[in-house]
Design a protein. Structure first.
Length: 437
């Protein structure tokens, strides 16, 4: 497939760029909040309209002015690079506030770089916008369109003007093999791992917690398979999540988990223990959402004290019954120790997560287990007549039994353990359904 043209949404902070992105995007949704600088990393999605496909990128509220802040300067440099790569720029301004000096600066840069530009004056549903509309003609762009990103007004006109400037590339369906999400508390190295896996600086990396504010999704080609990888915002304990923005960030992370097949839960090894919050995330992912789970203990390069490593091992011992079910790997994103093992490990876990067992095999294993160790409920013998795998990813098993209400969590845990002793299901959850024969 030919490389898709890039359509870049640009403009000063809080003019409605993310709302416009959400209007045009199908698969990816940007955080929207009436607060400056909500979107930091750029988001992208493939959009198709009338046999024209393009890569739509939301740049966030990034200033083009030079700054001494290293994080903001990194954002600025990335934005300039994206402008150079773009085929068409959607330049969004706020029609209610009117033309500002920063709008003029953006316009001057776009003219200087010779970009094809659609000037979109947002908030056309507000009356005062009509009075301010003509101010924007001073910016010197051939196409000026009034829109309301929030209410969808003028979006059809934008798409019509847009495809007239783009080459015709028909949509091609790309089959994703599976989806991987990187999850964890703030500042444990999620974005660093994402960048290493992608072999590019896609996620912003900073010592400042909360740099990543929404799930960033990319595709990786590995062993002739397309894998989707998402870097998520750091998740803190609910009682310390006080701001609306951080609440939205957490929602974005959990939404990414629900869409995932495999979760990479990252833990900071230097803390010498696995935190309660991380255990809750692990249980949520594995037991409630039935996602395959790999726990990555990062920052091993900073663990110079043997006592710290012993403390970590001791903290895991209490939850051995659970940790034995999941895959664990120690890594260092800084030195890249063991990071090369992550994707091969992900592939192995996916093979386990998507494997299929015959009904005869499952039935025989369950019946033989009950013969060796009969189970009773209220002095009544539990009987499994038939076992059938009804789905993969996650492995889902239907048990036909004599009395479904007798098969509670502990009884199903018995069959879970039997299957794990029989097959290699490390990192893979098993979901059971029980029906009366």
């Amino acid at each position: 497939m030919a490389k898709l043209p890039i359509v870049l949404i640009i403009g000063r902070t809080n003019v409605g760029k993310s709302t416009l992105f959400n209007r045009l995007s199908v698969n990816v949704k940007s955080l929207t909040l009436n607060q400056e600088g909500v979107t930091r990393d750029f988001l992208k999605d493939t959009v198709c309209w009338q046999d024209h496909c393009f890569e739509l990128i939301d740049t966030g509220g990034v200033s083009l002015r030079r700054t001494t802040d290293p994080l903001l300067q990194k954002l600025r440099e990335r934005l300039l690079s994206l402008i150079d790569e773009a085929t068409v720029v959607l330049f969004v301004c706020d029609g209610v506030i009117g033309l500002l000096p920063e709008d003029r600066e953006v316009a001057k840069l776009l003219h200087k770089r010779g970009k094809q530009v659609l000037l979109l004056v947002n908030k056309s549903d507000v009356k005062i916008m009509q009075e301010n509309m003509y101010e924007f003609e001073q910016l010197g762009f051939a196409v000026l369109l009034p829109i309301s990103a929030q209410h969808g007004i003028g979006i059809g006109d934008v798409l019509e003007e847009l495809v007239a400037l783009l080459p015709k590339i028909k949509p091609v369906t790309e089959e994703l093999s599976y989806r991987v999400v990187i999850l964890g508390k703030p500042n444990v190295g999620k974005s660093s791992l994402m960048n290493i896996l992608l072999k590019q600086e896609r996620s912003l990396v900073s010592e400042q917690p909360g740099t990543t504010r929404e799930a960033l999704i990319e595709k990786i080609r590995f062993y002739q398979e397309d894998i989707q990888v998402a870097d998520t915002p750091g998740i803190r304990r609910k009682r310390v999540v006080t701001e609306k923005l951080e609440d939205l960030m957490v929602q974005s992370a959990f939404r990414a988990v629900r869409d995932a097949d495999i979760v990479l839960l990252m833990v900071d090894s230097t803390e010498g223990r696995i935190a309660d919050q991380e255990l809750k995330l692990a249980f949520y992912v594995f037991e409630q959402q039935h996602k395959a789970l790999i726990v990555l203990f990062n920052k091993q390069d900073l663990v110079v004290d043997p006592f710290t490593q012993e403390q970590l091992a001791f903290s895991l011992e209490e939850y051995k019954y659970f940790m034995d079910k999941v895959v664990q790997l120690t890594i260092s994103c800084k030195t890249k120790k063991n990071v090369g093992k992550v994707l091969p490990l992900v592939k192995k876990v996916w093979q386990r997560y998507s494997q299929y067992f015959s009904d005869e095999q499952l039935t025989r294993i369950c019946k033989e287990a009950l013969q060796k160790k009969p189970l009773y409920r209220n002095q009544k013998l539990l009987i499994v007549y038939y076992a059938q795998q009804v789905a993969t990813a996650p492995i889902t098993i239907l048990l036909k039994v004599n009395e479904p209400k007798w098969f509670g969590p502990s009884q199903l845990g018995f069959f879970d353990n039997i299957l794990r002793r029989t097959f290699n299901l490390k990192g893979v959850p098993i979901r059971f359904f029980v029906r009366k024969k």
